[in-house]
Design a protein around this ligand. Structure first.
Ligand SMILES: Cc1cc2nc3c(=O)[nH]c(=O)nc-3n(C[C@H](O)[C@H](O)[C@H](O)COP(=O)(O)O)c2cc1C
Length: 363
């Protein structure tokens, strides 16, 4: 019904405006226990889907199911309990930056087909203090229940390389009480590459976490377009015993963009969502990372997931947990339940007792 009725209406609106509207509606809904409960009516089959066979451990963290909301959907944070009510196991909040940043000129977020997007936001965000104001309600374990929260960490565009370690460490320090894990995102496709000294960043982030009570799992976010970069990051993960890699971010490949017409070929920004070439490239990178590391590091998979089959593709390539951003718009709020139900039914058919058995099956 969402696809038939809501989607055609939403496609007429500016994509960023409608996204902010949806996010703030969820944030308001979760502020009241009655509306939070009512939200479940928008979940698949009007009830949050739960199946213990979908429980999965990622870098020592227990997830109720493998379907998260990826960073970019809730940049400022605050709608996490609502997204959990709709069936997701967690949300990666952000990108969170030390200071407010307006990002690139609008319009900068486009649906270029029903389920493919280009965003050229340029890491807009309210800055870490505002984010903390919005997520501090999740500090108490009672509030959190099984909701998992990752923090996606970036830096402001004006940060000099020598100041990068302090910038990343600031976000980690301020959000530490609310984070189950952190993802460092040094290579946002929409900002100039500042040659971030990652070794220094990781050392500063680790020292900060040490001083606050202990190391939490740290991931590095990967783009889909460079195997060399991925191999450098695999080295970093191994050398510093980090938790793993999130693969992947959006693609900047102009050939993929050109499939959607001349207008988009040279549109700056990253393409995401249900483009088969992008999706397969992301999945291939997951399989590559899995092979290179013999399954010893954790992988979060993202890039074009929109149904249970494409979720399974990422899991079988080596991802313990998958993230979705673009398909939430195209498929609607029931998407997490639909994917989890589809995975559970597949496991019934194949006689699989836990989703973990499928991780890396085809890598
Ligand atoms: C509007 C938008 C904003 C995004 N912002 C971020 C971000 O701040 N940090 C980040 O690591 N990834 C960001 N991403 C990338 C997504 O987290 C994800 O890796 C990518 O979109 C592929 O997944 P998808 O095909 O499900 O959208 C963003 C994506 C979109 C569409």
């Amino acid at each position: 019904m969402y696809k038939e009725i809501a989607n055609p209406i939403l496609s007429k609106m500016d994509s960023e405006t409608m996204h902010i509207g949806a996010r703030e509606a969820l944030r308001m809904a979760e502020s009241n226990p009655v509306t939070l409960k009512l939200l479940e009516l928008f979940a698949d089959q009007h009830k949050r889907f739960v199946d213990p066979r979908l429980n999965i451990v990622l870098a020592g963290i227990e997830f109720e199911n493998p379907v998260m909301v990826g960073p970019g959907w809730d940049k400022p944070g605050g709608s996490e309990k609502a997204l959990y009510a709709l069936g997701f196991s967690g949300v990666e909040v952000g990108g969170v930056l030390p200071e407010y940043q307006s990002g690139n000129k609008k319009p900068r977020q486009f649906m270029i087909s029903e389920d493919v997007a280009i965003n050229h936001l340029g890491l807009n965000g309210p800055g870490v203090n505002k984010v903390v104001e919005r997520i501090k309600k999740y500090e108490r374990a009672k509030e959190r229940k099984n909701l998992r929260i990752g923090i996606n960490v970036g830096q402001n565009n004006t940060t000099e390389p020598k100041d990068s370690p302090a910038a990343f460490a600031t976000v980690v320090r301020e959000t530490y009480p609310y984070a189950d894990y952190f993802t460092l995102n040094p290579l946002c496709p929409n900002v100039e590459n500042h040659d971030i000294p990652m070794e220094d960043v990781i050392e500063e982030v680790n020292a900060t976490m040490d001083s606050l009570g202990g190391i939490k799992p740290v991931f590095i976010k990967e783009g889909p377009d460079s195997l060399d970069q991925a191999d450098r990051d695999i080295r970093l993960v191994k050398d510093y015993k980090l938790a793993g890699i999130v693969a992947t971010n959006t693609t900047t490949d102009t050939e993929i963009k050109a499939k959607y017409g001349k207008r988009w070929q040279n549109q700056p920004g990253g393409l995401s969502g249900n483009d088969p070439d992008f999706r397969k490239r992301s999945t291939k990178l997951i399989a590559h990372i899995r092979k290179q590391t013999h399954g010893e590091i954790s992988i979060i998979g993202a890039g074009g997931v929109h149904d249970w089959e494409t979720a399974l593709e990422k899991i079988e390539a080596g991802a313990q947990v998958i993230q979705i951003v673009t398909a939430i718009r195209g498929e609607g709020p029931a998407i997490a339940g639909k994917i989890n139900r589809g995975l559970a039914e597949f496991m019934n058919r194949e006689g699989i007792k836990n989703i973990g058995e499928l991780v890396g099956f085809t890598a």
